[in-house]
Design a protein around this ligand. Sequence first.
Ligand SMILES: [Ca+2]
Ligand SMILES: [Ca+2]
Ligand SMILES: [Ca+2]
Ligand SMILES: [Ca+2]
Length: 560
Amino acid sequence: MKSCCDWRCAITTVVALTLAGGLSSGDGARAAEYYVAVGGNDGGSGTAGNPFGSLARAQQAVSAGDTVWIHGGTYEFSGTTDDIGVLFNKSGSPGARINYWAYPGETPVFDFFQLTPQARVRGFSVRADWLHFRGLELRGVQQILTNVNESWGIRVENGADNNVFERLDLHHNEGPGLFIADGGNNLVLNSDSHHNYDPDRGGENADGFGSHSNDPGNTFIGNRAWENSDDGYDLINSRGQVVIRDSWSWRNGYVPETNTAAGNGAGFKAGGFGLNSGTFPAPEDVPVNEIDGNLSFFNRAQGFYANHHPGGLIFTNNTSYSNPRGFDLLNDVEPATWPADHFLRNNVSIGNGAELYNANQALIDDEFNTWNEGWDATPVDFVTLSSAGVDGPRQLDGSLPRLDFLRLAAGSDLIDRGEATGRAYWGTALDLGAFEFRPADADLNRDGAVDGGDFLIWQRGLGLEQQTDYSGGDADGNGVVGATDLAVWQQQYGQLTGPAARPVSEPAAGALLVVIALPWVAWRHADRLAALRPLGRTVTSGVDCHGGRLAEYAGRETTH
Ligand SMILES: [Ca+2]
Ligand SMILES: [Ca+2]
Ligand SMILES: [Ca+2]
Ligand SMILES: [Ca+2]
């Protein structure tokens, strides 16, 4: 295994290994595949032609490394006896997860609305390790008793470790969509949690996602939380360190689809242990939760909230827009007793009632944010402030939709103004905010010249979507390969050192035809390799993986 320079690198490695385990687990020669379908037969063999009717039956059949393919349709749960829809208590093993995956192109829906015991209800209760859930929809978990707290869509508990929750859609549950009560190194990836509301407690407990475990390494990447009655993401009472990265949160804290106040309404509630310092962990045990690259807007209370956390939380490259409080850094620490300041770098706060709140300068360490250095964010810094499409379809690989919302506009002075954190970037440095600006550049094969070789890449790539770099032909960085990329190529044709070089006049139409017609000897093997290697991009791996300041910060002792 590669060496790690600090804990952030370790977390990245954990995520990489977690995913690798998930992706490889179906490849073992002896791995079996089972099928589940609505109306299937639990007395059958679970084969493609004779599927089981329930996940519970499939779980009896599987061993580590096996995959259960779940067909689309609605799986209804009912009765007054059981308080768990599906209990997962059989583990996979390292490198051999048990996969519970939606059959390709189909959406299995687990509907718990008719499950009505006199108890708090769990849709899925996950009490096992090395499982991978993918492509499932869970809805309708109810609060039956009126004198108890919330129910749960998915409750991760009893020390459940190393599970992956991917591309899940958790909604209209009377409690949190996904709640990690116990266990560590779980990854929640590209999942949605929305319209969850616990009416019998006035909506005070239905978060989109919650992680409240004593075990470290729970990680959230690429998720969306919206229209949940309490918070989007909540890390209160987590003694294990949590990372939330590249995720979105909006319109939390209301009775869903109304403007009626319900629960707390933080987009990202990044920690805290209540108000009684007698219950705080020892200073050395306070988790340094990391909140990086996230977008929070239209929430009822805060975009990002420290929630009295008695120690240094890390907020980097987040964008907070149109919340009453952009970054609320409430910190009840007695500096002589608890460890550190909240650490803020490269964040954007725009259009909030207060861009910064409870920001006691003795208790925060903030530089390179829009409220520092005179870099105020204004609307012209962004392509658009319209949030249209935020709840729209995800990309084919499950990643977040590619929108212009709150992306930096060309020429913004927030581009290349950030401090290095280890996060990948284009250009000469990290930008401020959640979305890195990718300059328009037609040197698609990264060989230092804009010429016919680049045109051929564009031609081959025409129509591609989900582009994240230049290699497929996306010259203007809007994620798709189309006419606007050809326009960039025309503009930059003949340049030798990229877009920063002297502008060259647009080639005449005749020249274009010549370019198309000529056999391009310049298209060599080396060019193809170069095309796969984005220029100027750092990668979050390797030994020197993070900025010295962060590494230094994470390890430092309290001296004040
Ligand atoms: Ca909450
Ligand atoms: Ca940049
Ligand atoms: Ca080139
Ligand atoms: Ca493009």
